[in-house]
Design a protein around this ligand. Structure first.
Ligand SMILES: *Cc1c(COP(=O)(O)O)cnc(C)c1O
Length: 693
């Protein structure tokens, strides 16, 4: 199984934030420098909880707050569990009257750190309502609520000098203990997270440093004046948070599930650990090291909390494959290897654009793209809008080019998800431009395939598209349609396509129209053509380590198949000579035979005719022929020659087993198709297992 070794920023910072919260509750520097402790726990660490809220807002906004209900339910379930976990401590601290307990449960949290849950729930409900008010009002209103909260928090001493205001806050405090809650505190950070503002790394870092400095000044000034009723909220905290979040978003590619889950456990468990450390220290007479020494206290609590969180993390229920019926195996190291080999074939400055359309040719677009992204690929191509969005949702950054048509009405989605759209022809380009929104595009040029593209010779059309200010033209490309062939006529045709393409590009440069990223090669363009003076090569099938068919290519490359396809033997039965088997009794035993029933069928994407056109599987490292008609969910294999075959055996349809290998090319040939079709048909019912040895 692949373990995410590099922890991307957003998830990693969750863990840092949880450590900061632990610091707030243990004051590590209090015994050494009270001022230092103030700066650490009352200023710096105040970024932790707003950060958690912003992350929630960020992800909730991605689907237009539709999953808010689900998130609230999850928070409530967590809260119920956490409240139960802390009941013994409530009781130990003298207990609470039932009514007081209920009020706490609803508003302040039943233990000091649990205020977050009711605040987040209420905050999400309010923020979702506010988010419907357009562009300006949500933040303005949430900001106003925050200002009210601020007056009851670190500015209370100033604000309460005005008698009318003092009366207002008196009213608020009759209900809530603090204004740092779901009404005045949480909505603003949720909505700021939802905005997901991004500046470049440099701007964010500079903004963060400046605002953090200014907030420190603000905090010191308030402390000096002694006006703080509580010290959770500062005027400049939202400003700091916006820059911090932008910085993390800029670096946040992929996920670090371990950091994320550990941070939750750490947050939930550390108050219990504080109690245990204190109890333990007293029991063993170690008060001087673990209680009186503030740093020792903090360290002991942190180590114990992390250990407990780690244990919980290991014990947590993990989703297991539901069945063991039929699955695809992804060899991620083969994918790394292929990307390296292909990259080596490109001209200097030319990069791979990984083509992951059709669910990455049936391999699974998300795991494939995540791996490529992790290993440095920064450009991807997909067939359509939904495929592009799925990649962004999975944390893929960089360029994502949609090779196919997208209706102009979807331009706002292209913009929101930062996708690059192919201009299919002049009309499409004009329609995209006339929506009034900026669109990133690459121009497709038709150099003879006559599928998509502006005719490469239609200079007028090209110039017209460059005249549209909404079209952000970042590239120009074309597609070669016979470069898989080594026939003389086909090679001449490819030459003519290349000539048309480069002459259009040269003309653009001559006219001062910046073509941007230029690209024309696909997999067979790499196998059969010399390196091209381009910015990208759009590589699909070769990346997956297979050819479309078994025809030869000009340059053999050492590529390895990424995918294996396997199922199981469910049952083995004997069929006497002369008996029939399967639908239509299409198989008749010519001898006493043993038939294995294998748990995969056309419902998993296999071509139905395969079993009657020479299809084979590997069982125990040996080939065995499919027989009879393939069913939707099963197929029959003749294992008469394989007496050891038994239920539970793995049957390999594509891939290696022992010394034998069945290649996708062979399978495709049986059904008179190409691997591209065969693989892209693989169905959603298949499990995916990733191997990363
Ligand atoms: C599918 C596709 C590719 C990738 O082709 P492979 O032969 O799989 O490398 C490249 N460019 C365009 C326009 C495509 O449609």
């Amino acid at each position: 199984m692949s373990a995410s070794k590099r922890y991307p920023a957003l998830d990693s910072f969750r863990l840092i934030a949880a450590v900061l919260v632990t610091a707030i509750h243990t004051s590590p520097l209090a015994g050494y420098t009270p001022l230092g402790d103030f700066l650490l726990t009352r200023v710096l660490a105040r970024t932790a909880v707003p950060f958690f809220l912003m992350v929630s807002g960020y992800f909730l906004a991605k689907d237009g707050w539709r999953s808010a209900g689900k998130t609230v339910k999850k928070l409530l379930a967590l809260y119920a569990g956490a409240a139960a976990l802390y009941l013994p401590l409530n009781w130990y601290q003298g207990g609470l009257a039932p009514l007081a307990f209920l009020k706490r449960l609803a508003l302040e949290g039943t233990f000091y750190h649990l205020w977050y849950f009711p605040a987040a729930v209420l905050g999400i409900l309010i923020a979702r309502q506010l988010s419907r008010l357009g562009k300006f009002w949500p933040l303005a209103l949430a900001g106003a609520l925050y200002l009210v909260g601020l007056g009851g928090d670190s500015y209370y001493g100033l604000v309460s000098r005005v008698p009318a205001l003092k009366a207002v806050y008196g009213g608020i405090f009759a209900v809530f203990d603090y204004t740092r809650n779901g009404i005045f505190f949480a909505p603003l950070f949720l909505l700021l997270g939802a905005e997901g503002r991004r500046w470049s790394g440099r701007v964010s870092a500079a903004g963060l440093l400046l605002s953090l400095g200014a907030m420190t000044g603000e905090a010191l000034w308030l402390r000096q004046m002694g006006v703080q009723r509580h010290d959770s909220m500062y005027l400049l905290l939202p400003v700091c948070m916006v820059f911090l979040f932008s910085l993390l978003l800029e670096r946040n590619k992929g996920r670090a599930p371990m950091a994320r889950e550990m941070s939750l456990f750490l947050y939930l468990l550390h108050p219990w650990c504080i109690v245990l450390v204190r109890g333990g220290a007293k029991a063993w007479g170690l008060e001087r090291v673990f209680i009186e020494n503030s740093l020792g206290h903090f360290a002991a609590v942190l180590v114990l909390s992390l250990a407990a969180s780690w244990a919980l993390y290991r014990l947590r229920p993990r989703p297991r494959p539901v069945t063991d019926r039929a699955w695809r195996e992804l060899d991620l190291q083969a994918l790394d290897h292929n990307a390296r080999v292909l990259r080596d074939q490109l001209a200097p400055g030319c990069e791979l654009m990984a083509v992951v359309k059709g669910n990455a040719y049936g391999h699974g677009a998300v795991p494939v793209a995540r791996r490529l992204w992790k290993k440095g690929t920064r450009a991807f191509a997909v067939a359509c809008l939904s495929e592009g969005i799925a990649l962004r949702r999975a944390g893929i950054g960089g360029t994502i080019l949609i090779l196919g048509y997208t209706p102009p009405e979807e331009v706002h989605r292209l913009e929101y998800w930062r996708l690059t759209q192919t201009v299919a022809d002049l009309d499409h380009g004009m329609a995209l431009a006339s929506t009034g929104r900026p669109v990133r595009v690459h121009l497709a040029l038709d150099t003879g395939m006559h599928r998509l593209g502006i005719p490469a010779e239609d200079r007028q059309a090209i110039a017209a598209l460059y005249g549209q200010k909404n079209l952000r033209i970042g590239g120009v490309y074309s597609h070669l349609c016979v470069c898989d062939s080594l026939e003389r006529a086909d090679m001449d045709f490819t030459e003519s396509q290349l000539a048309r393409f480069y002459s259009a590009v040269d003309w653009m440069c001559w006219e001062g129209l910046d073509p941007g990223a230029v690209h024309i090669q696909s997999s067979y363009g790499i196998w059969n053509l010399p390196a091209q003076p381009c910015r990208f090569a759009r590589v699909g099938i070769a990346l997956y380590g297979v050819r479309s068919d078994s025809q030869s290519v000009r340059r053999e490359l050492d590529l390895r198949p990424v995918l294996a396809l396997r199922a199981r033997v469910a049952s083995v039965r004997t069929v006497a000579c002369g008996q029939d088997a399967g639908y239509g009794c299409a198989f008749r035993a010519k001898r006493d035979s043993r038939l294995a029933v294998v748990t995969i069928g056309y419902g998993d994407g296999l071509p139905r005719q395969l079993s009657q056109s020479g299809g084979q599987v590997l069982i125990r490292g040996r080939r065995a022929p499919m027989v009879g008609r393939m069913c939707m969910d099963q197929l029959l294999v003749d294992v008469t020659e394989l007496p050891q075959a038994c239920p539970g055996d793995v049957a390999t349809l594509i891939g290696r087993d022992g010394g034998e290998e069945l290649r996708a090319e062979e399978l495709a040939q049986c059904c008179a198709t190409i691997t591209n079709e065969l693989l892209s048909q693989l169905g959603s019912r298949l499990e995916t297992r990733q191997t990363d040895f």
